[in-house]
Design a binder for this molecule. Structure first.
Ligand code: ZN
Ligand code: ZN
Length: 191
């Protein structure tokens, strides 16, 4: 049989002499991928719960990518932690990652710790300072809340500054004996 008589069942390509089941390589690969997707096999790494998405491999995408990157399959767990393990970034801060690319959100651990201490989310202008200068030491006692309002800590109208402090740091003021003029309790109403 001449090669050009042997067209793929699904497309215009010619099928080689070995011609897998009447289809060209491209179509066969597409079918294999679809079959793998429809009936996923589990990753063969111990305790890994992911599935194989690329036919011809016996491990999941994560393990395949990790082996390519490091030459080692490593543990079953994701090494980029999603639930509070985190890692130290190149600037020395501990960062926690939530979700997966492209929806991944990185959050500085010191901000989360401070938010837990305060019982409220941090504002954009609030920064968390490491008292001992060790950037990955996020013990609550090592953290201090700093505020940089509109990136201009100096040169604000006093009236604006008072409004600002009274509006956002009532709990701190109350610790120093200040009382809300309306007699209400914290938590304050933020504007
Ligand atoms: Zn084809
Ligand atoms: Zn796996």
């Amino acid at each position: 049989m001449r090669l050009q008589d042997n067209k793929c069942l699904d497309c215009e390509r010619l099928v080689g002499p070995k011609g897998g089941k009447g289809r060209c390589q491209v179509c066969n690969q597409r079918l294999r991928r679809a079959a793998a997707k429809a009936n996923p096999k589990p990753c063969t790494r111990p305790r890994c719960k992911r599935v194989i998405t690329v036919p011809g491999y016996d491990v999941c995408d994560m393990h395949r990518a990790r082996f390519r990157r490091t030459g080692d399959y490593g543990p079953a767990e994701q090494l980029i932690a999603t639930d509070g393990e985190g890692s130290v970034n190149k600037n020395g801060y501990r960062v926690l990652m939530f979700g997966t690319w492209p929806n991944r959100v990185d959050i500085y651990e010191q901000r989360l710790v401070m938010e837990q201490q305060l019982g409220r989310p941090l504002e954009d202008w609030e920064h968390v300072h490491h008292k001992n200068g060790v950037r990955d030491d996020n013990r609550p006692e090592n953290l201090e809340l700093w505020a940089q309002w509109r990136r201009q800590p100096f040169g604000q109208r006093v009236e604006d500054l008072v409004e600002f402090v009274a509006g956002y740091y009532q709990e701190e003021l109350e610790k120093r004996g200040w009382r809300r003029p309306d007699g209400q309790e914290s938590p304050p109403v933020r504007t």
